[in-house]
Design a protein around this ligand. Sequence first.
Ligand SMILES: [Zn+2]
Ligand SMILES: [Zn+2]
Length: 98
Amino acid sequence: MVNINNIFLYLDNILDIIYPPKCMVCDSIIEINKPRYICDNCKNDIKFINKPTCNICGVHVDFDTFMCKSCKNKNFAFNRNISVFEYDNCAKRSYLSA
Ligand SMILES: [Zn+2]
Ligand SMILES: [Zn+2]
């Protein structure tokens, strides 16, 4: 009996040959059987945000405080932002390509 998942996997492999997956940050072609959305070089450039973080904007702060200097005395339209990684050149390029 033919497994439908195997058919989709087969079609994906054919599509990868015709339209090879490209990195969403640098647009380079990603090797087959690697994660499909980001190349290894760009993955290594991602700067993940570690705790402690500002409770308002979510940037990393050097010590455990409620909010960073740039959030003091400001009103935002949101209560809290939680970010996984820093908004740097790598993140900007990935957002612009989406
Ligand atoms: Zn890349
Ligand atoms: Zn902040």
